[in-house]
Design a protein around this ligand. Structure first.
Ligand code: ARG
Length: 466
């Protein structure tokens, strides 16, 4: 270190004549949260050091000392014996400084042909790539929990809703498998996002690239990236991949919040469609009778927090000139918080579902009293060649009559039904029952037992569950 660098105590201290104000250190530090990147920072630095040696920019033994030193530092961090120093700002400088203190001069060569601007981009990309894999597993676990319940409840009928009004009867398993589809899309979206994350930024240096003879492709191969980024300015300025990742997280949490809303409703006395295990509910400090669905409520509530992280980073990036600006340091807390929230929500969801029981009798009972087979009568008339609009009108008048007499559609006699249309024959009673209605919906992706069984088998096969 030069004298002035010593004065400021910083790796960048050469041009400074005064030590940094304590308030500035406190305001600008990120080590209190970006320490979480340590593993990926070290992994990236090791690949970088190997490349420097291969290119003759450092010697083989210097590279070895660097790799060895970094391995020891990683072990210390993992054993909680490493001391993070806020005055060294961030994870990159904490590790580099510790390395130099440990191995001496070779440590000072690690940052050759590298800037923290491309280094931090590398670290986040490596970190998010791994997180993508973890999320995929958690999403698959939730899909499995839904699929298992769909298997257990196969055959159970419940009201399907539109506008939160009873609409048409459906199989409970069909409803549950809808969530398997949603989380399946979440997995695909995340995998697609990881394709764009998996591009190697190192070698872009501060913003303009480097004049030193680096081999970017080598680093990409070492770290399992599919390509190197194409423009050094774009690379150091870009956080699109983080935005996209946060969008993926937000969509997952929104899906979880829709599920949660249903769990909250369904566990109410008004519905009583589901019983969440006692271990997964909480009580009230004043009302002794209460059993509250706090888990789904919290998951629902946390959707605001995850969407907030996305919006926060969107606004951070908005209007930023090229290339790196310190504003970009704000990406990490949003990423970490959103990840923690979504991962915790997914894992508790899988547990909660496995520990819940659907009240299929209650669901079946709820299928009566809403004229839910009205569309089936209209379809019946259509099959007998009545135009659909006309059939819609006819059935509307039938429903009105039932409402007036306070009876169900299937309580009407054949003669009464025939007064509405001479197309009506005795076989109309096949479609008036909720079972008949469900079974008739055989269109691809429909709720008929045959279709749902196929969908269930497909899900079980894809998820590898027997
Ligand atoms: N801690 C910084 C961040 O997270 C690392 C990059 C700092 N670069 C710089 N030129 N100050 O963005």
């Amino acid at each position: 270190m030069t004298d002035s660098a010593k004065k400021s105590g910083k790796l960048w201290g050469g041009r400074f004549s005064e030590a940094t104000a304590a308030s500035v250190e406190a305001f600008t530090e990120s080590i209190s949260y970006d320490w979480r990147l340590y593993h990926h920072d070290i992994k990236g630095s090791k690949a970088h050091a190997r490349m420097l040696a291969k290119q003759g920019l450092i010697t083989g033994s210097e590279a070895e000392a660097i790799v060895q030193g970094l391995t020891e530092i990683e072990r210390e961090i993992e054993n909680n014996t490493f001391v993070f120093r806020p005055e060294l700002e961030d994870i990159h400088m904490n590790i580099e400084q510790a390395l130099t203190e440990r191995i001496g001069a070779a440590g000072e060569k690690l940052h050759t042909a590298r800037s923290r601007n491309d280094q931090v981009a590398l670290d986040i990309r490596l970190y998010l790539r791994d997180q993508g894999t973890e999320l995929d597993t958690l999403l698959a676990d939730v899909q499995k929990a839904f699929t298992r319940q769909a298997r257990t409840c196969l055959g159970a009928i419940m009201p399907g809703y539109t506008h939160m009004q009873r609409a048409q009867p459906v199989l409970l398993s069909h409803h549950l498998l809808a969530y398997v589809e949603m989380f399946g899309r979440d997995r695909e979206r995340m995998q697609d996002c990881v394709k764009r994350i998996n591009i190697m930024p190192l070698g872009s240096a501060a913003l303009a690239g480097t004049g030193l003879p680096v081999d970017r492709e080598f680093v990409a191969r070492e770290l399992g990236f599919s390509a190197v980024t194409a423009n050094s300015m774009d690379t150091t300025a870009d956080r699109d991949f983080a935005l996209e990742f946060l969008f993926c997280l937000t969509t997952i949490q929104l899906h979880l919040s829709r599920m949660s809303e249903e769990l909250v409703l369904w566990s109410s006395k008004e519905f009583e469609f589901i019983q969440i295990g006692d271990r997964y509910c909480t009580g009230s400090s004043i009302m002794p009778q209460k059993k509250n669905p706090d888990i789904p409520e919290l998951i629902r509530g946390k959707a605001g927090r995850v969407a907030g992280a996305l919006v926060a980073l969107l606004m951070t990036v908005k209007g930023l000139p090229l290339t790196y600006n310190r504003d970009l340091q704000e990406d990490k807390e949003q990423i970490f918080d959103a990840l923690d929230t979504v991962k915790a929500s997914l894992s508790i969801t899988a547990e909660l579902l496995a520990n819940s029981k659907f009240n299929t009798d209650r669901m079946k009972k709820a299928c009566y009293g809403g004229f839910m087979t009205a569309t089936d009568i209209a379809d019946y008339l259509v099959k007998k060649n009545m135009p659909f609009r006309k059939a819609h009108g006819v059935v509307g008048t039938i429903v009105a009559l039932c409402q007036k007499r306070d009876i169900e559609l299937e309580e009407l006699t054949l003669q009464e039904l025939q007064q509405f249309s001479d197309l009506v024959e005795a076989d109309i009673f096949d479609v008036l029952s909720v079972e008949g209605s469900v079974d008739s919906r055989t269109s691809a992706g429909g709720t008929a037992g045959v279709r749902v069984t196929e969908a269930l088998e497909r899900a079980e096969q894809q998820l590898g569950i027997a």
